[in-house]
Design a protein. Structure first.
Lengths: 484, 483
């Protein structure tokens, strides 16, 4: 039951083979059994989940069920969930119970999905390893020594370990794709503006985008169809209809033009990953795709551009956590200044503080032009680079990460080394493009991901290509052995 | 040495939208603390702003009223600083591309001169909440009802040279925003607030002196006093060999002095940057044109019409056009009575005086324009005389009757124009005052004019004020001179 795809689960529920209550209980049992070791969940809500399952069973019985009714899922603990702790994996919000739900949470609940609980992440989504969480690191289900990736590491680990069939994630610089790659699952970061950001706690507002993480492209298509759409509460969401992604999955790939950006296959790339990707690309060619090399010359400059823009926005977005209205407040503040200083010093972890400082510096008088404005100019040029390649090809194929999941603790003292891990994912966020990571094999028992990058609002084609690839391969069906 | 003051004003106008600039919460004044602050106003995690179109509309209307350029595109920036009544840790404001571009406002100076004050720009921003330092036992209370109320900040060029000009400019802005109905202009409730940048320089010198910013001067009177005080302070300082330091000062109306709040070195670095949660505002020509066509008649246009078409004096036109309710009231009375000059006399005279005496707003006046016009009509058709008119006015004000006619009837104030009736009274008065009649007759003809007043008074008294004074005058003259 736990290894079924979402479509198979829906069939099982519809035929009465099993109930939503049974399905939900099965995942709750696995969470109970494995989460202590994996630390993928911050909060589990079994009672509420079983209640929702019961309601779903009634809908199923009365033939009013939709494609996702009664199927469990987990939310990254960056999405506000009414009445449930929403911590962003920070001490700052350890006591925060959201009085409202994110649009994504509302939409998936309206689709009848059962909410199991909130998954772990890097504090405020700032990190690539899930080690910066106030609630401790998440372990990679494939290898307890390895990081699951970040920042949506809890969601990725939970899906990979079958603690949930699906989860939500957010991607600011690779936070869906990189953990999906490290944990051997499928995840898609939609076009900026495709999914509402209302109720999704902001890290870098112009880059953040929510998306689904699941076992397959087919599952992601079903989820994205429900998550996407214009929201009057988010001015940056797009007024554009949502295509029927599942209906597009079986389009043939004949004549599809794929571009391989040569800068993504350079010396940074682990040779074994390069080899696995060559295999994957051959599969795509077998399916009828044509492959050619393209160039994204500014690829390396995405790192400095991103690490100015994202911290700059973060420094402002995180100002609201001041100990005045909610969240952590220091004991016995002497005065206002002391209240601010100690509440924020105690409430934020090291990586968050580092980015607030970097961002504050980049926006300061006298430095703004040299950093922020320059970074925005770079961002425009990087976007134009991508647009040019999409005049030549339909999609880009690339590695998601330069190397497989690294060891826990191996990069925590070297933030720059950690930032360099994001080299293949950052450009997509700067350009606002949709991209996904699809399992493409393993290196020494650790999964790796193939990244597909599309032009704006081309999610349908990304999911289509990924699905066709998954029909021809079984990387996405591999399951880790778990230690209890 | 002769000194010249240079003054620029930043006027913050609360826009009269129903809901806040970035949320749907109400903007009503005076509600229970924090009862009108939704999750957006509270700066909760994950919330997002959505721009209130009405605020944009009002800002553009203002821009059009002060002859400003309206750029097709404008953007929002974040102004970052920490304060407990600033929930997000930044104020969403505008900096690089404000909604209203350069414009100007002509202000009256002296008798009938005017002076052009240039407006640098006006931008939209959100108001902060209020910090309350009393009654919290060493703590501070925060009320976020006001947080997110739309403000239009109107920034002038340093084109004013005296506190009087600054006040005239502020009055001009006040009357425009109230005419447009985009603000209630209530200074006591903070709907219109003002910061003044003041510097002095030797007369004739081109280079500007170092300026000080005086914060939050919230009445016309305080603006004048605070600026005058600041000008004196700066001149004294320089003449004593000192130097003005660029700083922000706070005016204390109780002590009538300004005090230093912070110097330039202590000023915040606000780290402005484009707000990533809001898209640029794009306004097309048709939208701007539509608002332009919908603009009401503005103070200056009213003043012009009052003098050129209605024949009022500059002074009356100025007084009557200063506030829209007063102008509207006058317009109505003038139209209904058919005599604009008479209407102007009564509205600026008896009517305004009564409002002042009772400290009432025009909206609270117990006398509708229809009622006042009804009274003026009876004056014009000589049903009553001026003296009786005042009685009727007082009675209408006191609610003793609904129309002037009712009161004239009830009090028997109808003017007596019947010559026979007046003659009878005159005969009686003359008979009762024989010594005065003899004196009159003995007097030289050129002294008689003054002496006749006594008889007129007596006749009016005997008629209980209802006799037509002109008729009385004429008949008296005839009788006294012929006898």
């Amino acid at each position: 039951m736990i290894n079924l795809s979402l479509t198979q689960m829906a069939q099982g529920l519809a035929s009465g083979e099993f109930s939503s209550s049974e399905l939900t209980q099965a995942f709750l049992d696995r969470i109970q059994k494995y989460n202590t070791h994996l630390n993928a969940f911050i909060t589990v809500t079994p009672e509420a989940a079983l209640e929702q399952a019961k309601a779903a069973d009634q809908l199923l019985a009365s033939q009013q069920a939709g494609a996702l009714t009664g199927i469990p899922l987990a939310h990254k603990d960056i999405f506000c969930t009414q009445g449930i702790k929403t911590s962003c994996a920070s001490k700052m919000l350890d006591n925060f119970i959201a009085p409202y739900s994110a649009t994504v949470v509302e939409k998936l609940a309206a689709a009848g999905m059962v909410h199991l609980g909130k998954t772990n992440l890097d504090e405020f989504a700032m990190g690539s390893s899930n080690e910066s969480s106030f609630y401790g690191a998440v372990k990679n289900p494939w290898d307890a020594q390895a990081v699951p990736g970040g920042s949506s590491g809890g969601s990725a680990a939970a899906v990979a370990a079958r603690l949930t069939p699906a989860a939500t994630g957010t991607d600011t610089g690779g936070s869906i794709r990189q953990p999906a790659a490290f944990c051997g699952i499928t995840g898609i970061k939609p076009t900026y503006g495709r999914v509402s950001r209302w109720g999704m706690i902001a890290f870098a507002s112009s880059l953040d985008q929510g998306g689904p993480m699941a076992r397959s492209a087919e599952d992601c298509a079903l989820l994205l169809k429900e998550m996407a759409g214009f929201d009057t509460r988010d001015s940056t969401s797009m007024q554009r209809s949502v295509p029927d992604y599942p209906a597009q999955l079986n389009e043939p790939l004949q004549g599809l033009k794929l571009g391989l950006p040569k800068e993504y296959f350079g010396d940074d790339l682990n040779p074994e990953i390069a080899a696995r990707l060559q295999d994957a690309i051959k599969e795509l060619e077998k399916l009828g795709a044509q492959v050619k090399e393209v160039s994204l010359p500014l690829t390396r400059l995405a790192i400095p551009a991103y690490y100015v823009i994202a911290p700059a926005e973060a420094s402002s977005n995180l100002s609201r956590f001041d100990g005045v209205r909610y969240g952590h407040r220091c004991d016995d503040p002497r005065d206002l200044e002391d209240l601010y200083k100690r509440s924020r010093s105690e409430g934020f972890g090291a990586e968050v503080k580092r980015r607030i400082l970097v961002g504050t510096y980049a926006l300061s008088e006298g430095f703004y032009d040299a950093y922020y404005r320059k970074a925005q100019q770079l961002r425009r040029l990087i976007t134009e680079d991508f647009q040019k390649t999409f005049n030549e090809v339909d999609l880009l194929v690339a590695p998601t990460t330069p190397s497989p999941a690294f060891d826990l603790g191996s990069k925590t003292n070297d933030p720059v080394q950690m930032y360099l891990e994001d080299i293949y994912t950052l450009g997509v966020n700067l350009a606002g493009l949709p991209a996904m990571s699809v399992p493409a094999g393993q290196v020494s028992g650790r999964p790796l991901g193939m990244q597909l990058i599309g032009s704006h609002f081309d999610e349908g084609r990304l999911l289509n290509v990924a699905h066709q690839f998954q029909q021809a391969t079984d990387h996405h069906l591999q399951t880790p052995e778990l230690d209890a | 040495m002769q000194w010249e003051a240079v003054i620029g004003l930043e006027v913050h106008v609360q826009l009269a939208t129903e809901s806040k600039i970035f949320s749907g919460a109400s903007t009503r004044f005076g509600a229970e603390p924090n009862s009108q602050a939704c999750v957006i106003d509270l700066g909760m995690p994950g919330v997002l702003p959505v721009l209130n179109e009405k605020a944009v509309e009002m800002a553009v209307m203002f821009g059009l009223a002060v002859n400003s350029e309206i750029p097709q595109r404008s953007t929002f920036e974040r102004k970052n600083y920490f304060y407990p009544d600033l929930p997000k840790g930044y104020q969403t404001s505008q900096m690089e591309e404000p909604i209203v571009g350069p414009g100007y406002l002509d202000i009256p100076v002296g008798e009938s001169e005017s002076k052009r004050i240039r407006i640098h720009h006006a931008h939209l921003e959100e108001d902060a909440g209020k910090s309350l330092h009393e009654d919290f036992h060493g703590m501070t209370g925060v009320d976020l009802n006001r947080a997110g109320t739309p403000l239009l900040e109107i920034v002038s060029e340093p084109d004013m040279n005296s506190a009087k000009e600054a006040v005239a400019y502020l009055r001009g802005i006040h009357s425009i925003v109230t005419y447009l109905g985009i603000s209630d202009g209530n200074m006591a409730e903070g709907s219109l607030r003002c910061d003044a940048n003041v510097s002095v320089r030797p007369k004739g010198q081109e280079k500007l002196g170092t300026r000080c910013e005086i914060k939050n001067v919230n009445s016309f009177r305080f603006v004048e006093k605070a600026i005058n005080h600041e000008i004196e302070r700066q001149i004294e300082l320089i003449e004593d060999g000192g130097r003005v330091v660029q700083e922000t000062r706070l005016y204390d109306p109780d002590e009538d002095e300004t005090r230093s709040m912070r110097t330039k070195e202590e000023a915040n670095d606000y780290r402005y940057f484009p707000c990533p949660d809001l898209l640029p505002v794009e306004l097309d020509e048709a939208y701007i044109q539509h608002l332009k066509e919908g603009l009401p008649e503005l103070p200056e246009q009213k003043r012009e019409r009052f003098t050129s078409q209605l024949g009022l004096s500059e002074y009356d036109a100025q007084v009557l056009s200063a506030s829209r309710p007063l102008a509207d009231y006058f317009d109505r009375v003038a139209e209904l009575s058919g005599d604009a000059k008479l209407a102007a006399n009564w509205v600026t005279g008896e009517f305004s005086a009564q409002l002042n005496r009772e400290n009432l707003d025009i909206a609270q006046a117990p006398l509708a324009p229809e009622q006042l016009a009804g009274l003026l009509k009876r004056l014009l058709d000589e049903t009553i005389n001026g003296k009786a008119a005042k009685q009727v006015f007082a009675a209408l004000w006191a609610g003793e009757g609904h129309t002037a006619d009712d009161i004239i009837e009830a009090k028997g104030l109808k003017q007596v124009t019947d010559t026979g009736a007046i003659e009878a009274i005159i005969d009686e008065v003359l008979a009762n005052n024989q010594p005065q009649v003899d004196q009159y007759k003995a007097a030289e003809p050129d002294k008689r004019g003054k002496m006749i007043g006594f008889f007129v008074g007596q006749v009016m008294k005997a008629s209980k004020g209802t006799a037509n004074p002109q008729a009385v005058n004429q008949l008296l003259k005839d009788k006294l001179d012929q006898a």
